[in-house]
Each structure stands twice: as C-alpha cells, then as structure tokens.
Design a protein around this ligand. Structure first.
Ligand code: PLP
Length: 381
C-alpha cells in the first residue's frame, strides 16, 4: 500500500507518538481537572505541557489554547460564537472547507449573515487592492482564511489579508488544519484573533484531538455547555479560560499523542519539515507530469504550496479514477474533498479531482509504487 492521502490524515505518525500514547495512557490515564489524586494530576500535567508546546510552536505565549475533539468543532465554536456576538458581514477565501462553509450556509439561510468571497485572481493571487475595495463597499465583521487549501495546497498570505481586515476592525480567523507545525506563522500577531489546528493532520498527532488559539480578552460567546470539573453549582459556564470553552472530559490519550508529536516537530523544526515536504511535492509533480493522461490543477509557478496536488484524468471521472488507483494499492482521495466552493473556483465542480498529498514521512517505496501504478494505468487506459 502506498499512502498519498496525508491531507485527510497524516500516516504514519512518528514512532514516538504511538509509543508515548500507549505508555502514558496505560500508566496515567486519569481525567484531567477532575480530582486531586495522582492519576488526575499527571493527566492535568500533560494537558498543561501540551498547551505550552502549542503556544511555542505557534509563537503565541500570550494567547490561550483550547482543546476540542476536531477542527470542525473548533471552527463551529468560533464562527457560531461570533455570529451570536453580532458578526454579520463575513468574508471567506474561495478555498474554505465545509467545516466553515456549511456553518456559514446555515446562518445565511436564516438571513442572519452575508457571506462574500475574497478576490483571488485566476493566477491564484489574493488581490489585496480589490479586497480593500470589497471591504470599503461592505465593511467586514469577520474574515476567515484557510491558511492552505486542502484541494490544491495553495498557501494564503494570511498576515497581509488580516492586516487589511484590522484596518476595518474585523475579527480574524485562520484555519490552520493543513499548516500548523508545517508552515511557520506568527500566531502571536495582534492581527490574528483565532487560529484553528487539527492534531491529526500536519501536527502528526492522533485523531480526536484538535483545538484553537485565542486572545485571553476575546470575549467569545460560548455555544457549547457542560461540565468543567469545578464550580459545579453554578449553571453558567465559568469565566476562566480554557474552562469556558472546554466542556466534557478531555481526550487524554489523544493529548499524550499530540504532546509527543509536538516534541518531535520541535526537534525536527518546522522549517526543515516544510523543506522536506516541498521536496516531496516537487518529486510528486515530476512523477505526475510525466504522464500525458494526467492534468495537474491549480499549480502556478512561484506560489507557495504545501504537499497537496490535485489532478484530472481526461475522460475519466475522479471517482472512477479513485477505484483505478485503489485497485493498484495507491491511497488517494477523489471528489470534492469537502470543499465544493474551492472546486467551483477552480472549474472542477461537481466532478472534483484526484488529490495526492505527501509529507516528509512519505517513503521512497510509496513513490516507486505510484510510478508502477501510473505505468500500468497508462498501458490499460
Ligand atoms: C482546511 C481544513 N479545515 C478543516 C478541516 C476539518 O478537520 P477535521 O475533519 O479534523 O475536523 C479539514 C479537514 O480535512 C481541512 O482540510
């Protein structure tokens, strides 16, 4: 089996992630913040340490880290909280995931918000002049940008877009599901209000643990409620952060895995992991462009990308293509990748694309198997 679906979830993880999850959860699997005995205290310790590791990796020691089970839940909590708090005019990039657009669609249907796409040129450049014009015409309350598209891997100039957004006093939210721990971003910047991370993707941790970073004074309206392990007689959520946004029992096994992954990334360095992923992306592009039956979509010279490449096969639907690759042991993702608006922008809607995604841990043997499979497909087309 050759794995080219790292944008869905990275696989394999560094060995340290598997071994530390197993050993920590066997020996310290208590419930963090739910008791004052050894097991609960060591669980609490790993949670606190993991928050600090995230703050260091994202350069935001003064911001707070909230853990959630998925990036989708984190995005829901922020977007819904801001809409309840009166955000009406919401701008998004053309590349947002359904974890953003379905939430917005729900509120758009009820007439509570308007959603506008930021202008991006056909050559995949965010047009800041036009975006300023858009903001002048309809003042933004909230600007949401996917740091990297999960369809074509394009990295957005988040710092510039948010600097502009702040001239209009908009709230800002960056979805780092495809970039945290891979593309260096100073999340400590005053212009970034919220940054969402997915533990199981570029952060190389397990599924079931994700979260977001926010300013301590953000005053985000809570939209989920429940037990926090203290102040139980009070039926309001506590004012303290992270408890205000962390209801329910935390995923200690997941946090242990994320802890080991963060230490591994810190040791390797984000810069090196990005360089290695870029080398793998170039290698992937070289293999794919050798075959005339494949057309790469959304890859423009001199733009910054993560290791995601989308393709089309002439005359074959992307879903059929998925089976063709699966029969040959190649794991790829086909269709719309939960990002229909990105495909509308790229002109690949509704059929979608075949998506290959690599990272620093993609093995030589994966590339060899891909090459063999492509030779075989070419002969049998
Ligand atoms: C850009 C982006 N945002 C959000 C998500 C949602 O992540 P999760 O499914 O882990 O909640 C994904 C997952 O594919 C993604 O690629």
């Amino acid at each position: 089996m050759a794995y080219f679906d790292n944008a869905a979830t990275t696989y394999p993880k560094p060995d340290e992630v598997y071994s530390f999850m197993d050993s920590f959860y066997r020996t310290h699997g208590g419930s963090a913040g739910r008791g004052n005995y050894d097991l609960a205290n060591t669980a609490r310790g790993i949670v606190d340490e993991t928050r600090t590791l995230i703050q260091r990796l994202l350069h935001c020691p003064a911001k707070q880290v909230i853990f959630t089970p998925t990036a989708t839940i984190a995005l829901n909590m922020i977007i819904q909280g801001l809409i309840v708090g009166e955000a009406k005019n919401i701008y998004i990039s053309p590349f947002e995931h359904n974890a953003v657009t379905r939430v917005l669609h729900h509120f758009e249907q009820t007439g509570q918000i308007t959603v506008t796409e930021l202008t991006v040129s056909k050559s995949l450049e965010y047009d800041l002049e036009r975006i300023r014009y858009q903001f002048d015409s309809l003042r933004p309350d909230l600007v949401i940008v996917s740091h990297a598209s999960n369809v074509i891997g394009l990295v957005a100039p988040v710092e510039q877009i948010f600097e502009l957004a702040k001239e209009y006093e908009a709230k800002t939210l960056v979805d780092m599901a495809q970039t945290a721990g891979l593309v260096d971003l100073n999340v400590g910047l005053e212009t970034i209000d919220y940054a969402v991370f997915a533990g199981h993707k570029t952060l190389l941790g397990p599924t079931g643990i994700s979260g977001f970073v926010m300013k301590p004074n953000a005053n985000l309206t809570p939209v989920l409620f429940g037990g926090t392990g203290y102040d139980s007689a009070n039926q309001n959520m506590p004012d303290s952060i992270p408890e205000k946004y962390e209801m329910g029992t935390l995923n200690i096994a997941g946090i242990a895995g994320l802890n080991a992954a963060l230490k591994w990334i810190t040791q390797q360095t984000v810069e090196r992991l990005y360089q290695e992923e870029e080398t793998q992306r170039q290698r992937l592009l070289k293999v794919l462009t050798k075959y005339g039956f494949l057309t790469v979509v959304g890859n423009v010279e001199n733009r910054k990308y993560v290791g995601i490449v989308s393709c089309l096969i002439d005359g074959i639907s992307s879903d059929t293509a998925g089976s063709i690759f699966a029969e040959r042991g190649i794991s790829v993702r086909t269709g719309l990748h939960c990002a229909p608006r990105a495909h509308q922008f790229l002109g690949t809607f509704p059929a979608g694309t075949i998506r290959f995604s690599v990272n620093a841990l993609t093995a030589d043997s994966d590339f060899e198997e891909l090459q063999d499979a492509l030779e075989d497909i070419e002969m049998n087309l």
